[in-house]
Design a binder for this molecule. Structure first.
Ligand code: DC
Length: 222
């Protein structure tokens, strides 16, 4: 793992991590890790197996044994197959994001998911996005980014994504949900959402994806 270059992108929900991560991965020809999808798929599995979101030991057991396949799609995004079923669409729902945020606050669950996340670090390189990629999962990453944006703009982006993918949503509900998630993800005791000390911080409010990518590429020297 030591010689494989990793770029980490952390930040709150809707800051543009997923899009920027895919653009960078395409640019360099590297793999991607959407770590939020791992927390989301565990939350979905818990719901399907009727495991309470507060039952830490049962969630850990599920996290260790769960049959998940991450499938690389032609656009370099990753399809998720849970116990034989393609679940990418279910994972995008706000209810799933909220449940993921809840289980992500449990220390033993985070620990149980570490190995699965680190296994994504494969040659020739990895762009990993989430909340603690630069601080906990890949602390030795050679370039760390922290993306942020105003709550309103992040909610609007999320709203558009959901509507575009055919999922019904209300903007006011998303703003409330994003505030709640920001609060929970930033104040939990283990691996809270925080910029790594050596992260390049970009506020993407009012800035196009192209501009953000350009700024990053100017800084990243491989
Ligand atoms: O990035 P996302 O919205 O798909 O993530 C869903 C939730 O999972 C998020 O609210 C917090 C949790 N998460 C986390 O705690 N650590 C990560 N590295 C990624 C996600």
């Amino acid at each position: 793992m030591k010689n494989i270059p990793v770029i980490t992108i952390d930040g709150p929900s809707g800051a543009g991590k997923g899009t920027i991560s895919l653009r960078l991965a395409k640019h360099f020809g590297w793999h991607t890790l959407d770590s939020g999808a791992i927390y989301r798929v565990l939350a979905l599995a818990a719901n399907r197996h009727r495991v309470s979101l507060e039952n830490e030991s049962a969630l850990v057991n599920l996290a260790i044994h769960l049959e998940i396949i991450f499938e690389l799609l032609p656009d370099l995004s990753v399809g998720v197959i849970l116990e034989g079923e393609e679940v990418s669409q279910d994972l995008r729902r706000e209810t799933c994001g909220a449940a993921a945020s809840q289980i992500a606050a449990l220390p033993a669950v985070r620990q149980a998911l570490l190995t699965r996340q680190r296994a994504f670090c494969q040659a020739p390189g990895l762009v990993a996005d989430g909340r603690d990629m630069g601080t906990v999962v890949f602390p030795d990453a050679f370039f760390k980014i922290f993306l942020t944006a105003s709550c309103e703009e992040r909610a609007e982006r999320r709203y558009k994504q959901l509507i575009d993918s055919g999922i019904d949503a209300r903007l006011s509900d998303i703003i409330t949900e994003i505030r709640k998630r920001d609060q929970r993800d930033s104040t939990r005791t283990v691996a809270p959402l925080i910029a790594a000390k050596d992260a390049y911080v970009i506020d993407t409010t009012g800035i196009s994806i192209e501009t953000v990518v350009e700024r990053i590429l100017k800084k990243v020297v491989i």
